[in-house]
Design a protein around this ligand. Structure first.
Ligand code: PLP
Length: 367
């Protein structure tokens, strides 16, 4: 049996007619940038995410950069980021000219270790960017308490976790702004690149609208040095088609994760993903940890199952960040996760027999 790591066919095929309708709407209107599709998606996503505003963007990286710029964070400022994340979180800070202050991961949840944040705060710290990694919400109650105590902004990186909660509150609603990604493989993905920022602050919203569109409040008037970070009408129309299905897809991801959790219990040498009691996950990824990763992945591949690694090199050890001078050993938990993590196939539409076969194949590896 073949088990791909991810397949979008199962969720996209039933939507083909709706996608064609969405595309035809855009073609007939002949309005390709910042039109009614973008506005409609922004309204729908705000309703889904329980925020006042959404600013649709070209991708998730741009969304984080715009959020930082809207808060006037730049050279001389320090921004706290998780040591264990996708590199985009770090890149956004770097592109503003601010200084990256990484904080090591929590060994259980793989999210930022909240207990280590306060010791990294200095008079220059302006913001914290918690990343709800793999689909699991961070302990936002604790992060917000620290941010309030030290007068810091919180910008959530919600790229992997649309629909997750901490203490029953949705991720993407805690910070002054939250950036998300609609990269095709995300829980809700566009048919190309796209992203968004959500906020309930009207002043930040106004700034974001300008920054996204050449710093321009009206045509050919440019009040700030802005960007071209707009979402196109086609992606907005496709995303509006997909958004109503997101809760069901997230529920299916949870059901698959439950099957994996039940089927893979008590295997010595295999660590299952742990979700904080106060948080939920939308299982963008189901990430195991094993010291025998290379052999594990080879065994799975030999049996037709594709597993991937998110992410194989800790960000501080990537060549792009060598100049920051963080040696191996600086963020030991992030490094340990990078060395041992392995993600199992998980996507809406994966069959019960594919899940069971994956579990059995893992059990065989350990027997
Ligand atoms: C945690 C995280 N932040 C940011 C991004 C950047 O999103 P994009 O690829 O849309 O630029 C991604 C996705 O790739 C991500 O996983």
């Amino acid at each position: 049996m073949q088990v791909p790591f991810l397949s979008l066919k199962e969720i996209h095929e039933p939507l083909h007619t709706a996608f064609t309708g969405a595309l035809n709407r855009v073609l007939e209107r002949s309005n390709y940038i910042l039109g009614p599709e973008c506005e409609a998606f922004e309204t729908a996503y705000s309703a889904f995410n329980n925020t006042k505003y959404t600013v649709a963007t070209s991708n998730g990286l741009d969304a984080i950069i715009l959020a930082l710029r809207a808060l006037e964070i730049g050279p001389g400022d320090e921004v706290i980021v998780p040591a264990h994340t996708y590199i985009a979180t770090w890149l956004a800070v770097t592109h503003t000219g601010a200084t990256i202050i990484p904080v090591d991961a929590c060994a259980d949840t793989c999210n930022i270790n909240v207990d280590l944040i306060e010791q990294s705060i200095t008079p220059k710290t302006k913001a914290i960017i918690p990343v709800h990694l793999y689909g699991q919400a961070c302990r936002m109650d604790k992060i917000l308490a620290l941010a309030t105590k030290h007068n810091l902004h919180v910008i959530e990186d919600n790229a992997q976790s649309q629909g997750a909660t901490c203490k029953q509150q949705l991720t993407g609603t805690f910070g002054i702004a939250s950036a998300t990604s609609f990269y095709p493989g995300k829980n809700i993905g566009a048919l190309g690149d796209a992203g968004a920022i959500t906020t309930s602050d009207s002043a930040i919203h106004k700034k974001l609208l300008m920054l996204r569109n050449y710093g321009s409040p009206e045509k050919y008037v440019h009040t700030v040095v802005g960007y071209n970070n707009r979402m196109d009408e086609m992606q907005a129309a496709f995303l509006s088609t997909k958004l109503p299905h997101l809760p069901a897809w997230n529920a299916e991801r949870n059901a698959i994760a439950k099957k994996y959790n039940e089927g893979l219990q008590n295997i010595e040498g295999l660590t299952l993903p742990l979700v904080d009691r106060e948080c939920t996950s939308v299982y963008h990824l189901y990430v195991l940890r094993t010291k025998k990763r290379k052999e594990f992945i080879a065994h799975m591949a030999a049996n037709g199952i594709t597993c991937l690694i998110h992410y194989p090199t800790a960000v501080h050890l990537q060549p792009a960040y060598k100049y920051l001078g963080f040696d191996k050993g600086t963020f030991p938990v992030a490094e340990e996760i990078a060395d041992t993590c392995v993600s199992l196939p998980l996507y809406p539409g994966i069959t019960q027999s594919q899940i069971e076969y994956t579990i059995e194949t893992i059990k065989k590896f350990y027997s």
